[in-house]
Write a protein of this length. Structure first.
Length: 211
């Protein structure tokens, strides 16, 4: 599991480099014609407003950024998906505990690394309709300080849930994070006889390491 988790962390860090950075983050709303593209561009602008607000303390920025991520994504839905077939056999109590552990794990990973990236921009390049309320927004990262830097292709899956748009998944260079996590977690659970409690312990340990 260590190798695939390493890939997940790398992809997560790249996602944050594309979406939010401490300095100089920008989006290009004029290029976002479709509502989903505009949603992604607006989300980047909102993140920039939080992270570049000099009036906020470091802890305040972290807290507001966490709130922002919770509105941007449906973390519970993503977490439940990663359980795969083991979701059906989990008790309601285990699912509730897993939701809390997965949320803590995901937010700790993002918050631990967002400050390491600066000066990058995200450019919306288009979108593809996957379903009635399911759109893949295509973007690439651009580093204005390094003209020769290789751009990363970062795609966001935007869905409408409860009347609002949320990011349900994202990919970096073709690797979809939700699927990667599902493969990792179900493999781990397979080794633990489907014990969701063991996965919860592992996620809490990972979150603590990031903090």
């Amino acid at each position: 599991m260590r190798g695939t988790m390493k890939k997940f962390f790398l992809a997560s860090f790249t996602f944050l480099a594309a979406l939010v950075v401490t300095l100089g983050l920008s989006a290009r709303p004029a290029e976002a014609a479709a509502p989903a593209e505009q949603f992604v561009a607006d989300s980047v602008q909102k993140a920039m407003g939080i992270l570049n607000n000099a009036a906020l303390s470091k802890e305040q920025r972290k807290a507001q950024f966490q709130d922002f991520l919770l509105t941007l994504t449906n973390i519970q839905s993503i977490g439940r998906y990663t359980l795969g077939q083991y979701r059906r056999s989990a008790t309601p109590e285990d699912l509730t505990a897993f939701d809390a552990a997965f949320k803590e794990y995901a937010l700790s990973v993002y918050q631990s690394y967002f400050a390491k990236y600066s000066g990058q921009t995200l450019k919306v390049t288009g979108s593809t309709q996957l379903g009635a309320d399911d759109i893949m927004v295509k973007t690439v990262t651009v580093d204005p300080k390094k003209a020769t830097a290789k751009p990363y292709e970062v795609n966001f899956r935007v869905q409408t849930v409860g009347g609002r748009q949320v990011v349900s998944d994202f990919s970096v260079e073709g690797v979809w994070i939700r699927e990667l996590e599902r493969n990792d977690f179900t493999s781990y659970l397979g080794q633990k006889n489907g014990d969701v409690k063991a996965l919860i312990v592992m996620l809490k340990q990972k979150a603590a390491q990031q903090r």
